[in-house]
Write a protein that binds this ligand. Structure first.
Ligand SMILES: Cc1cc2nc3c(=O)[nH]c(=O)nc-3n(C[C@H](O)[C@H](O)[C@H](O)COP(=O)(O)OP(=O)(O)OC[C@H]3O[C@@H](n4cnc5c(N)ncnc54)[C@H](O)[C@@H]3O)c2cc1C
Length: 319
């Protein structure tokens, strides 16, 4: 991505991205299921994204997606435009402002950069602290929207500033204090709504200098742990529910005997009870039905009201 200051961007005269109408989304999400989007646009770069947003009628709904690793579009489809950042906002470079305190380094990464790349690249340059991102199969934009985290690390702990794009194509720089950030939960303070009025296009991340070899070893260890505990050979979207305060969603689901519960092609994983896998030919409705069953049965048997972590959008299919 061109790391020119946001204010210098000018909208391109014609759109240069990949533009598809009534496009299936199943291949765009890690569950490999779901309905179409009225329009899917993958911008060529940030200037093209600005031009795209400015070209839309103001009432057209817009949604951003990264790698779809936390997302399901219902079978009836999504109205409006789905903007794909992966492969578009993909710059990764030292922060040109260079105002990192001694003992740390700062990086600017586009919202479309895959999290594992952030982990690998920062380790390669002798930083520690981003290793947890190695096993999160989404983009930095998705990680910012979700405050993705694991193994003791969370995305927003590393954020110095972010640049967002508004619905009418303006670039806005914001500081972490302007967001309310919690466990898998991020909102903008004030009136603008994250994901409706503004979306992330890049972030500056600060990481302590450390031992790159130690960071790489930790990445290998984290990935090995995932391979041992998660059903990575079947399409899934990671943990479906957030862990309840002081508890563990997977253990609760398992304690209710729900491993293996199957509706259509969607099944609660035998390997990790908080994962729902597409065991073959699952529809979005199958996946949602399993989610609803799990939620209802856990509530009934334990009294715990699990909160969904995965995002479900779009319309249910009729008939
Ligand atoms: C095998 C597996 C393991 C996983 N492990 C973890 C884990 O350990 N920890 C964890 O936290 N998550 C985990 N996840 C879930 C997922 O990878 C993360 O939530 C990730 O951050 C989602 O990124 P994405 O690019 O795929 O976002 P998407 O799924 O494409 O989108 C998720 C949400 O973010 C919004 N969004 C995406 N990009 C932007 C943007 N640029 N600006 C504003 N909003 C945006 C979307 O609109 C949507 O609401 C796992 C998933 C899988 C499949």
């Amino acid at each position: 991505m061109n790391m020119t200051e946001p204010a210098r961007f000018r909208p391109a005269a014609i759109l240069r991205g990949i533009d598809r109408r009534d496009a299936p989304t199943a291949k765009l999400v890690s569950w490999r299921a779901g309905g179409p989007a009225a329009r899917v646009y993958q911008p060529a770069d940030l200037a093209d994204l600005v031009a795209f947003l400015r070209s839309l009628p103001p009432e057209e709904p817009v949604m951003f997606a990264g790698l779809g690793s936390n997302l399901l579009v219902r079978d009836g489809g999504l109205r409006g435009s789905l903007v794909l950042t992966h492969g578009a906002l993909s710059g990764f470079a030292p922060d040109p402002r260079g105002d990192a305190p001694a003992g740390s380094l700062q990086w600017v990464a586009g919202a479309g950069v895959p999290c594992p790349k952030v982990a690998r690249q920062t380790a390669l340059h002798g930083c520690e602290g981003a290793e947890f991102l190695a096993g999160i199969p989404g983009t930095l934009g998705g990680a910012l929207a979700m405050n993705a985290g694991c193994y003791g690390g969370q995305t927003w702990e590393r954020v110095v500033r972010v640049t967002l794009i508004t619905r009418d194509g303006q670039l806005v720089e914001r500081l972490p204090g302007e967001f309310e950030v919690g466990y898998r939960h991020v909102t903008l303070r004030g009136r603008a709504r994250l994901g409706r009025d503004e979306w992330f296009v890049e972030a500056a991340l600060r990481l302590p200098r450390g031992d790159g070899e130690r960071a790489r070893a930790r990445i290998r260890e984290f990935l090995a742990r995932r391979i041992a505990t998660q059903p990575l050979q079947q399409p899934n979207a990671g943990s479906v529910f957030r862990n309840p305060p002081g508890g563990h969603a997977a253990r609760l689901i398992e304690s209710c005997g729900l491993k293996g519960l199957q509706i259509g092609g969607a099944r609660v994983s035998e390997r990790h009870a908080n994962f729902i896998v597409n065991a073959g030919g699952a529809s979005a409705a199958d996946i949602e039905a399993v989610i609803e069953q799990v939620h209802a049965r856990v509530l009934e048997r334990t009294g715990v009201d699990l909160v969904r972590e995965v995002r479900i959008v779009g319309e249910r299919a009729h008939g």
